[in-house]
Design a protein around this ligand. Sequence first.
Ligand code: NI
Length: 171
Amino acid sequence: MSLLKILEFPDPKLRQRASEVTVFDNTLKTTCEDMLETMYNAKGIGLAAIQVNILKRIIVIDLSENKNNPLIFINPEIIKFSDDTKQHGEGCLSVPGIYENVTRPNSFIGKFSDVDGDDHQLEADGLLSVCLQHEIDHLNGRVFVDHLSRLKQEKIIRKLQKEKRRSLAEA
Ligand code: NI
């Protein structure tokens, strides 16, 4: 297994649209393992392949307290959103140190494939719903800050640039 480098907003590579996984082989399994290791190492709860510069529709998530329940979603699709919405605080490994409230549909019905290529349906609510919607956004080139006002987005970009200058100065 190996740690992968996580791209950081506003890297334009995060704006690409990831393509469908069509081959379910050992390379895919290794990619998923590397993504999980990278996510655990960065203390995240979810990671989309595009964040590690792999343009495939792959998502890994672990919402368990003990980090022992890895979930893998290949080619996830939302079939139907609930009508009700909910606001939830979100962060992102590609937007380090930033946490903002985002309003999204409360739950949804969706489908995905597992690493062996078998298809599954799911009903996602609660944190899984928030997390999967956030990660599916990534697969479509969207970042959670896109849901915020332009003013807030500009503030976040300035803050991240400042942080970067500081860490370069300290290095
Ligand atoms: Ni994210």
